[in-house]
Write a protein that binds this ligand. Structure first.
Ligand code: KG4
Ligand code: ZN
Length: 357
């Protein structure tokens, strides 16, 4: 262990996970997470007010657990990092208020951290520095992005993003249509195993030349995603069976839907890597658990000569360790703390890795 590396406590509350992580430099010491997912089940999606209330209730117990797991006290901590955005407004506010209170009470420097970049920063916990020419593919219930990382703490570019639903959100909505429950991702993943992915040809969003353009003359959405048309197509297919009084072939619909999502995500991510000179791709977000995504992405990265890195699943979903990990990198890069006057930013761009004072 590098005893001189900063001990950083990270707080995450942008969606439905209350996460407190503790790292020393690039070493993971604790990753305590409390999820309110069970409370959203009957609504089929995250309800912001419920998530905010759950953060409030979980914050102190999760903090205590993280400190105990890491065997450190608040006094030992050198800096506090917190997700300031992007995310749900009320949910972010709970974490940021907690972080400000802690920083104020303990007189420790506070860093406001970008949630999306933190998904990439978690990669340092796997052995220190991140590789050069790094790209990231983030897929979860709240985001679907392709990033280019020239410098983790200072230079991150958004190459592409969803223009409507996030990939995980599409899984959740389609699972609901198919009566598979929430969260939809794991349910569809399971159902799809018994289905034929070629049974129904569902649309691949933003894949036609009008949106893609060419490498020389990129179209308006070359690396972007859209899943709302796909969701509508699945809904029409289900209606079609219902109208005819036929049983909906759930496994085939699930497999065909999944193939459409995974095909377009992996194709665009690999294309972006090839065209932008990215030689390593890091995968993050809850949908990283998807078996077909992992399989197809691994195959396509291998054919393209791209190294694929997938952190352990507990670090792919939202957690505080990723915020602490990026926070520690920001501290070690000598970047100034954010002070306590910053606000939450539901749309914080990836260009703002940490907020200035
Ligand atoms: O990262 P995460 O825990 O929370 C945020 O949304 O930020 O991701 C949760 C999302 C949900 O939409 C869930 O349906 C999806 O990840 N998910 C999956 C799988 N496991 C979780 N999607 C597809 N296949 C899976 N196996
Ligand atoms: Zn996330």
């Amino acid at each position: 262990m590098n005893a001189s590396a900063p001990l950083v406590l990270g707080i995450e509350s942008s969606c439905d996970e209350t996460g407190i992580g503790i790292v020393r430099g690039s070493e993971l010491l604790a990753n305590a997470v409390s999820s309110s997912m069970d409370e959203h089940v009957r609504f089929g999606g995250v309800i912001p007010e419920i998530a905010s209330r759950a953060h409030l209730e979980a914050m102190i117990p999760t903090l205590e657990k993280a400190l105990a797991d890491a065997n450190v006290t608040l006094d030992d901590v050198d800096a506090i990092a917190v997700t300031s955005g992007p995310g749900l407004a009320g949910a972010l506010m709970v974490g940021v208020a907690a972080a400000k209170a802690l920083a104020f009470a303990t007189n420790k420097p506070l860093y406001a951290i970008n949630h999306l970049v933190a998904h990439v920063g978690v990669g340092v916990l796997d052995g220190g520095d991140l590789p050069k020419n790094l790209g990231a593919l983030l897929v979860s219930g709240g985001h679907t992005e392709i990033l280019k990382i020239d410098n983790l703490t200072r230079d991150v570019t958004l190459l592409g993003a969803t223009i409507d639903d996030a990939a995980g959100e599409a899984y959740d909505k389609v699972a609901r249509l198919l009566g598979l429950g929430y969260p939809g991702g794991p349910a569809i993943d399971r159902a799809a195993k018994d289905g034929n992915p070629k049974a129904i040809r569902f649309p691949r969003g933003l894949s036609v030349p009008k949106f893609m353009g060419t490498a020389e003359e990129p179209g308006p959405h070359r690396y972007d995603f859209s899943f709302s048309g796909l969701k509508t197509a699945v809904s029409r297919a289900v209606e079609h069976f219902d109208k005819r009084g036929e049983e909906v072939p759930v496994a085939d619909v699930a497999a065909s839907f999944q193939e459409a999502v995974v095909d377009v995500i992996t194709k665009k991510a690999v294309l972006a890597c090839q065209e932008q000179g990215l030689t390593t791709l890091l995968l993050g977000g809850g949908v990283a658990a998807n078996s077909r995504l992992r399989e197809l992405l691994a195959a396509r990265c291998q054919s393209a000569g791209i190294e694929l890195r997938i952190p352990p699943f507990s670090l792919c979903t939202d957690n505080g360790a990723m915020v602490a990990a990026l926070g520690a990198q920001v501290v070690m890069a000598g970047i100034q703390p954010s002070g306590i006057n910053f606000g939450t930013d539901t749309g914080q761009p990836v260009t703002e890795v940490s907020l200035g004072a």
